[in-house]
Design a protein around this ligand. Structure first.
Ligand SMILES: *Cc1c(COP(=O)(O)O)cnc(C)c1O
Length: 377
């Protein structure tokens, strides 16, 4: 069994995807060919953002977002402690001081209360020029972070909000789409993400016209708007290949027409078959998840080990997202961030288990997995 069956998805779309790839090769517009602009327009429409600017990865999308808002050395960036390393690394690359914040144990997303406390505590200790402050909430496992509470906190401190929607594309709060929260949003098209391409890719979403222009320039080394060989600032080289854009156009159609519904149907089957045995993913009222992961919580690490082993013995992969918090990463050891600040992350790291899920999964597979779990709790 596959954890996320990318091959099944390809086979379902094969004729369309093959001809889209061939069309790019025939046109030989490999960089910034017309499918790139077409995709950007479709993605902007999907999320109801004014602009979408594609780039080479989700990490680059975060980095471009921070660069466009002049966040770097001397500034402070708060992000979730329970996330993929890129959420923090993108800010560290630019020299900003990253402060991870504990999560809400139920949703796995940044705790608004812990965020408020962390910002308050941090700025109370600053004597000199106040730095720029940014918050990178993460839409973990497909569930949007609690922007209804985060945005007022950001406003109170004059902080910029950059949504890390790498796992969140397709999620919603009410009718508002993921990748439209905060000042700027970033997503990833890494193959296993909710909307994945066939290599690396990413995108930035923004409403502000001048930020959009600046990001377009920054993804081409800081190119001047009307002169290819004049550069107005130092950017990075980060574009989405035309072939990836052509693939994504086909995949976006399948994603919005049925894949997102189908993966939520699979999650619903898991919920039914597991409820009462383990803690199934918690989706708050009014929230919709794109189900980047289906992550259960076990009583303790011993039970988790037992379940993982039993699944594995039956050829079923399962993953621990994530085994340690950002504050425990070796790269941040020098910050000496105490475990006491992160009780919920630490608890999650020893209880979470992500199960196979994708839109093409059969009910029989869900049955098999659920039976093994029920027999081992
Ligand atoms: C995958 C991921 C990223 C980075 O995306 P890449 O395309 O791999 O660079 C950033 N943040 C989160 C939460 C992710 O899951």
């Amino acid at each position: 069994m596959q954890f996320r069956d990318l091959k099944a998805q390809y086979l379902a779309l094969k004729p369309e995807i093959d001809s889209a790839i061939q069309a790019v090769i025939d046109s030989s517009q490999f960089i910034l060919g017309s499918p790139v602009a077409e995709l950007e327009q479709k993605l902007a429409e999907y999320t109801a953002r004014k602009h979408c600017i594609t780039c080479a990865s989700g990490t680059d999308a975060l980095q471009l977002s921070l660069m466009a808002m002049d966040i770097g050395r001397g500034d402070i960036v708060f992000t979730s402690d329970f996330t993929y390393f890129a959420s923090a690394a993108a800010a560290s690359i630019l020299g900003a001081d990253v402060i991870p914040v504990d999560i809400d144990y139920d949703t796995f997303n940044i705790s608004p209360q812990a965020l408020d406390e962390a910002i308050h505590k941090t700025i109370s200790n600053i004597r000199n020029v106040p730095p720029r402050i940014a918050i990178i909430p993460v839409d973990l496992f497909g569930l949007p972070a609690d922007y209804t509470q985060i945005l007022p906190i950001a406003k109170k401190y004059g902080a910029k909000v950059i949504e890390d929607g790498a796992q969140g594309f397709g999620g919603r709060i009410g009718q508002t789409s993921a990748c439209s929260f905060g000042h700027i949003s970033a997503t990833s098209f890494f193959p296993a993400k909710p909307l994945g391409c066939y290599g690396d890719g990413g995108a930035v979403f923004v409403d502000d016209d001048s930020l959009a222009e600046r990001i377009k320039s920054l993804r081409q080394l800081g190119k001047a708007p009307n002169d290819k060989y004049d550069n107005c600032e130092i950017g990075i080289n980060s574009r989405l290949d035309t072939i990836q854009a052509a693939i994504l156009l086909k995949k976006l159609k399948a994603f919005s027409e049925y894949e997102l519904d189908d993966i939520n149907r699979i999650a619903g089957l898991y919920d039914q078959k597991l409820i009462g045995s383990v803690k199934t993913p918690y989706i708050p009222e009014g929230f919709y998840s794109s189900r980047a992961q289906y992550t259960i919580k076990l009583e303790n690490q011993a039970i988790r080990d037992r379940i993982m082993n039993s699944l594995s013995a039956d050829g079923i992969p399962s993953m621990i997202y994530y085994p340690r918090g950002i504050h425990r990463q070796k790269a941040y050891e020098y910050k000496k961030l105490p475990d006491e600040w992160y009780p919920n992350t630490i608890r999650a790291c020893s209880t979470v288990l992500s199960l196979p899920i994708h839109p093409y999964m059969s009910e029989e597979s869900v049955d098999r997995i659920a039976a093994i779990i029920r027999n081992n709790v």
